[in-house]
Write a protein that binds this ligand. Sequence first.
Ligand SMILES: Nc1ncnc2c1ncn2[C@@H]1O[C@H](COP(=O)(O)OP(=O)(O)OP(=O)(O)O)[C@@H](O)[C@H]1O
Ligand SMILES: [Mg+2]
Length: 271
Amino acid sequence: MERIQSAIAKARAARQRQEPPPGGAAPEVARGPAAGNSPWLALTEVRLDPDRLEASRIVTDRPGPDADAYDMIRTRLVHQLRERGWTRVAITSPGSRCGKTTTCLNLALSLARQSDLRVVVLELDLRRPSMAALLGLSPPGDLAAVLAGERQAHAQMLRYRTNLALAMNARPVPNAAELLASARAAAAVDEIEEMLRPDVMLFDTSPALVGDNALSFLDQVDCALLIAAAEESTVAEIDRAGELLAGHTQVLGVVLNKCRFLDRSEGYGED
Ligand SMILES: Nc1ncnc2c1ncn2[C@@H]1O[C@H](COP(=O)(O)OP(=O)(O)OP(=O)(O)O)[C@@H](O)[C@H]1O
Ligand SMILES: [Mg+2]
C-alpha cells in the first residue's frame, strides 16, 4: 500500500515537473480556446447532433435545468482538483450499466462549457466501447492502438469546439487488462497530457467489481468518482468497490445516478 502511494506520488511529481514554472515560458497551448500553433488545432474537429445527444441522455451541451445536477458535480470536481493540484479522474462503478459513460460525457460537456478549461476524455472501458455510438461519431481508429504504441495520439483524438478532446474505440479489445496495466499505455497517456495540457482528464473505465480492467489503470490516476445506480447498486457493492479503489487511488466521491425520486428541495425554480 505504501509502495503504491509512493509510486503515485512520484508519478504525480514527474507530471507536475513538466508544467512550465509560474511566470516562466508561456505554455504551448494558450489557456482557453485553442489558439496560435496549438496542438489542439491539429485535432480533427467534430460536431455533435443535439438530437443524438438527447437520445443518449447527454444534456450538458448547453445550460439548463437538465444540466444543473452535472454542473454542480463539475464545480465541486474542479474545486477539488485545483485544491490538490490533480488532473486525472477515473469514472467507475461497482457493476455494469450504472451510467459511467453517460456521466463521463455529461461531465465532459459541462466542463467544456467553461471555455478557460481544457478537457480530455479517454475511453478506457476497452471491454465495451460505447462512447462513439452515444455521441453519434465514427472514431478514426482505436484508442487501444494508441495505448499499445501503434498509433499516434493526435491522429486518434477528436476535438469538440475549442477545448474538449476525446479519444474513443471502434471495437472491443480482448487483452484489455494487460494493455491498461502496461508501461506503454501509461507512457501514451503521459504523452497525451503533455501534448494537450488539460486541466481535467476524464477516464471512462470498466466496472470495479467486474474483472480487473478498471483496477489495472487506477495507479495512473489522481482520483476516482464512483457512479452507483439507485435501486440497482447495493450498499455492499458500493462498499466493496470503494475499498478496492482506495487500494489504488483517492475516491473523490460517490455519484448516485438514476434517481427517479428527488425531494422537491432538490429542484430549483420548478413548480
Ligand atoms: N441518470 C440516468 N437516468 C436514467 N437512465 C440512465 C441514467 N444514466 C444512464 N442511464 C442509462 O443507463 C444505461 C447505461 O448507461 P451507461 O452506458 O452510461 O452505463 P455504463 O456504466 O457506462 O455501462 P457499461 O458498464 O456497459 O459501460 C443506458 O441506457 C443509459 O441511457
Ligand atoms: Mg460504459
